[in-house]
Design a protein around this ligand. Structure first.
Ligand code: CP3
Length: 356
């Protein structure tokens, strides 16, 4: 029997970088690329009524996900949702106070952990999110990668315990100190739910998933191992079993020296870097050629407000620093509402001009 040679389909740039390939021009997207700095986002959010109604309306959530793709042609779209939908699906009350941020019912002891819904029950609440993913896979341009996401257990726990965002995550640290077993049980419950949630996003069409551990930087020593590394490793391993070949990006924000070896310790395909580490240091110590060595991020989001030659210079410096290995261009944290959309265009143009 003769075999017909089938030319391999050219993989999307983000998937190539995540597989460990060094590309001549890094693919680019931005954290919070669908957001308040865009007038079309603000208009769609007003149509939805409020932020949570927008998250749970698949047509409008897909629409805001697509807006920055139409404007800038990013290499990836990130599902529009929020990390706090998981606590809500586990039974927490959740609401957003305009101008202030999220509020949740608090959970501070073993009884609170006991009262959470089982992981398998989250799909009732989160079904609209999976529908958003399905719409996006139909509507996104063929060369755009769809990224799903969830919060990492530690970061999600900090909001569930405190009932809001905190600067130092003191309430979660206090629960950890008062009843480490109950706190570990909370982390496990969130990790189970996160596996269910990301697995359902992948089944619906997400091609990559990202774990946001925004408050990883406040974990020290063995607490970092127990509550940032271990739960991430458990989620990665469960997702790899269920969905082999779907890459995972980990974002242990402000991990500093703990970025070193984080991908290897967790099995993540890439780590996202905040802007607290230098690109040159990360190129030496975090980025590696080949699979598991991809880095993403690092540009200070302030440049999206201030623009100009500093934006161009910093963009080029980061590209030069990471040119020797797999790299996805991104910011070190989410773009802020006061950013100028023209600066985003300048950043994308600078990345794609390849003149580093
Ligand atoms: O990146 C994207 O474009 C995808 C959507 C996305 C949102 N939140 C939409 C959002 C993602 C990936 C997130 C992640 C998220 N949510 C994190 C982790 C990343 C990070 O920023 O550190 C955290 C900690 C949250 C929780 C959360 N959601 C907070 C603390 C806030 C209030 C702060 C703020 O920026 O207003 C939100 C609200 C939120 N999530 C907005 C958006 C676009 C703004 C809401 C609005 O439109 O008023």
């Amino acid at each position: 029997m003769t075999q017909t040679a089938i030319a391999p389909r050219p993989k999307k740039t983000i998937l190539r970088a995540l597989a460990g390939e060094t590309l001549p021009v890094p693919p680019v997207w931005m954290m919070r690329q669908a957001g308040r700095y865009l007038p079309e986002y603000r208009a769609t959010r007003a149509r939805a009524g409020d932020f949570l109604s927008l998250c749970y309306n698949p047509d409008l959530a897909a629409e805001v996900t697509l807006q920055p793709i139409r404007r800038y042609g990013f290499d990836a779209a990130i599902l529009f949702a929020d990390i706090l939908l998981v606590p809500q699906a586990l039974g927490a009350d959740l609401w957003f106070v305009t101008g202030e941020g999220p509020r949740l019912s608090t959970l501070t002891d073993a009884a609170g952990v006991q009262a959470l819904r089982p992981a398998a029950a989250i799909h009732d609440t989160l079904a609209p999110i999976y529908e958003t993913v399905r719409i996006l896979r139909r509507e996104l341009p063929a060369d755009t990668t769809l990224i799903g996401f969830a919060g990492a257990p530690w970061t999600v726990a900090t909001y569930m315990v405190a009932g809001r965002g905190t600067r130092d995550q003191a309430p979660a640290h206090a629960m950890m100190a008062a009843d480490r077993q109950a706190f570990a049980a909370l982390i496990d419950r969130i990790a189970d739910a996160t596996v269910e949630y990301l697995s359902a996003q992948i089944t619906a069409g997400a091609e990559v998933v990202k774990l946001f551990d925004s408050w990883a930087g406040s974990l020290r020593g063995q607490d970092f191992d127990a509550f940032a590394v271990a739960p991430t490793a458990r989620i990665v391993s469960a997702l790899n079993d269920r969905h082999p070949g779907v890459p995972i990006i980990a974002f242990p924000r402000e991990a500093g020296p703990r970025y070193v070896g984080f991908a290897a310790a967790t099995g993540a395909d890439a780590v996202a870097l905040d802007n607290g580490v230098s690109a040159e240091w990360a190129a030496q110590n975090v980025q590696r050629p080949g699979p598991g060595g991809c880095v993403q991020g690092n540009l200070d989001p302030r440049h999206m407000v201030t623009g100009g030659t500093a934006l161009v210079d910093e963009t080029r410096r980061i590209i030069r620093a990471f040119a020797g290995g797999p790299h996805i261009f991104n910011l070190g944290h989410g773009i802020t509402p006061d950013a100028d959309p023209d600066n985003v265009a300048l950043m994308v143009e600078t990345v794609r001009s390849g003149a580093a």
